[in-house]
Design a protein around this ligand. Structure first.
Ligand code: AHM
Ligand code: MG
Length: 332
């Protein structure tokens, strides 16, 4: 299939977005601009992330700001950076962020898009120098452009996403996204300040031998899930759990595996948020040939009822997600 590798490795993200826009004629270029805005904010957050270790000793380098204030926490900085980029860009009418209690109505009459974002996921890992990520979903508003934002613009099921992606601030920084025509990954070249196409048409192996779950909560899991975990062990699968969703998801996407954040006794709906975390990664998983459920049904078909709603998440290689689901069903 020649079209599957249509772009030379090393194509910049900007160029790729432009070529794709011509290919699929998506919208009027506004979605393209929106993706570029996100990429720019990602570069800024990447810079801050790389300096995170210096924050505490910043005084020694004269890094405290002019007011002599303590440095802000990185997740707060990330939220500000992404919100600012999306506000300035002009394509967005509303933002919902894991970091904000309420919808941010940008009062932007011409904005067509709604963005749901977790600006810095896994931020408890920053202090220990472990990979973190940004996760975003883009929707088209459903009410007329120019009219006030309505709840139905925000509360859309994941199957309405027009684009979704994540940024992984790892040993390299990567941006991975989909507009519903496959998944492509870009690696950041810090000295040039550019993302370059490095992972074209990403495909999740349909099987794998990695399971990623916080097994410390084993005794809080339902019987079917406990049995599935025993099954993974009997098959000598590898246990890999960073505790940073984007990093765990990314590894399993490339290598084949399943990530599970299930319902527990303490959190009957799991921990992860439908709007900011589960939907975007589920769209990407499916676009790469993988699968994502809440243990039973498709994540992307869940009709949200609350902004910060949580959902159990079973995501990754298709056959593994199916198999885990069968264990739950058998034991229900
Ligand atoms: P956060 O949004 O507060 O950062 O929490 C989300 C993170 C995920 O990145 C990770 O997979 C999960 O929480 C780990 O939770 P736990 O420590 O309960 O296993
Ligand atoms: Mg999060």
């Amino acid at each position: 299939n020649t079209s599957s590798l249509a772009y030379p490795v090393g194509t910049t993200l900007d160029r790729f977005i432009k070529l794709k826009q011509e290919e699929f004629q998506f919208a009027s270029g506004e979605l393209s601009q929106l993706l570029r805005d996100i990429a720019l904010a990602a570069k800024i957050v990447n810079r801050e992330t790389n300096r995170a270790g210096l924050a505490n000793i910043g005084g020694a380098f004269g890094q405290t700001n002019v007011q002599g204030e303590e440095q802000q926490k990185l997740d707060v900085i990330a939220n500000i950076r992404f919100t600012r980029a999306l506000t300035k860009g002009g394509e967005v009418c509303a933002i919902v962020s894991e970091e904000d209690d309420e919808v941010i109505d940008l009062q932007n009459g011409s904005g067509k898009y709604v963005v749901a974002i977790d600006p810095l996921d896994g931020s408890s890992n920053i202090d220990v120098n472990i990979s973190i990520g940004t996760i975003f979903s883009i929707y088209r508003r459903v009410t007329p452009i120019g009219s006030p934002i309505q709840p139905e613009d925000i509360m859309q099921p994941g199957n309405q996403q027009v684009a979704a992606g994540y940024v992984l601030y790892g040993s390299s920084t990567m941006l991975v996204y989909t507009t519903g025509h496959g998944v492509n990954g870009f690696t950041y070249e810090p000295s040039l300040g550019e993302f370059f196409l490095s992972h074209q048409n990403m495909v999740a192996p349909s099987d794998g031998n990695i399971y990623s779950v916080n097994e410390g909560s084993y005794y809080q899991f339902e019987a079917g899930l406990q049995e599935y975990i025993e099954h993974c062990k009997a098959k000598f699968y590898s246990a890999r759990y960073i505790g940073s969703l984007v990093a765990d998801f990314h590894r399993n996407l490339l290598k084949g595996g399943i990530y599970i954040y299930p319902a527990t006794q303490k959190s009957p709906n799991g921990k992860l948020r439908l709007l900011y975390e589960a939907n975007a990664l589920s769209f990407i998983a499916e676009q790469a040939g993988g699968k994502a459920t809440d243990g039973h049904g498709r994540i992307l078909d869940i009709q949200p009822t609350a902004l910060h709603q949580r959902t159990p998440l079973f995501i990754g290689s298709k056959n593994m997600v199916d198999e885990a689901g069968n264990f739950l069903k058998k034991n229900a």
